[in-house]
Design a protein around this ligand. Structure first.
Ligand code: GLP
Length: 244
């Protein structure tokens, strides 16, 4: 079941931070699933601010990122490893040894996917996952298609996803063609999921995810099958939802 909370855009990072703070109060050594993209930037800024004020503590957490581009190493400014370090990890009291991101530069990508999935399992599973949503309904990099894959896997990126990400890479030839992503099964196994979306351009896909049929063509619609998902939206992103 998907719960919806609507708030002003500035309030959203505060609400998400509050939710995570409560989670860490209940379980200081929680395992967190973390996203990248432009949407979570405000959340990371708020988490950093609140940690600096001693209101939230990351010293016991373990983190797993949702995805990483194939072929970009940590020095590449668009790699998700770089993003996480620059926007979050280096500013907070987290032990970098407890932060995990798939390695998109290894020779054996299949082996890396298995290693990552096993590592999540060995950590006891993810307690709390923050998600964004792609314009085509992808979560992590689980792209729409005939089928979805349960475990962490290599995903070929769809053209619309590569086009949406040109803004980060300058030109379309520079956008990677593949990524490693947690699978839909890895996501649905998480205990608690919070999805954040802002703005008019996400309104249509948010409504499809919440009100539409559960379909592999809108991967986020699978969240309807999960027992604890909250969509935190601004008015614009919520504007096409029908009552649920
Ligand atoms: C990216 C990421 C997703 C993210 C989505 C939306 O490509 N792989 O995890 O949720 O696209 O990004 P944004 O928040 O920039 O709209």
């Amino acid at each position: 079941m998907i719960r919806v909370r609507i708030a002003n855009r500035e309030q959203i990072p505060v609400m998400v931070t509050e939710d995570l703070r409560r989670q860490l109060e209940r379980k200081p050594d929680s395992v967190l699933g973390l996203p990248t993209g432009s949407t979570p930037m405000m959340v990371y800024r708020e988490l950093v601010a609140q940690q600096a004020q001693g209101k939230i503590d990351f010293s016991h957490v373990t983190t797993f990122n949702l995805d990483e581009y194939v072929g970009l190493d940590e020095k590449h400014a668009q790699s998700y490893k770089y993003y996480m370090y620059e926007n979050f990890f280096r500013h907070v009291n987290i032990d970098l040894n407890n932060t995990h991101i798939p390695n998109g530069t290894t020779k054996n990508l299949e082996e890396e996917c298995r290693r990552y999935e096993n590592l999540i399992e060995q950590s006891g599973g993810i307690d709390w996952l923050l998600l964004g949503i792609g314009l085509n309904g992808h979560i992590g990099f689980n792209e729409p298609g005939e089928s979805l894959i349960a475990a962490t896997h290599v995903q070929k990126l769809r053209e619309e996803t590569r086009t949406a990400n040109v803004r980060f890479f300058g030109s379309s030839q520079n956008v990677p063609t593949h990524a490693i992503t947690m699978g839909m099964g890895s996501i649905l196994k998480v205990m608690k999921i919070v999805l954040v979306a802002f703005g008019k351009e996400k309104a249509e896909i948010v409504a499809k995810a919440i009100n539409g049929p559960v379909t592999t063509w809108v991967p986020a619609s699978f969240l309807q099958l999960h027992r604890d998902v909250t969509f935190v939206l601004d008015q614009e992103a919520a504007s096409e939802i029908k009552s649920i």
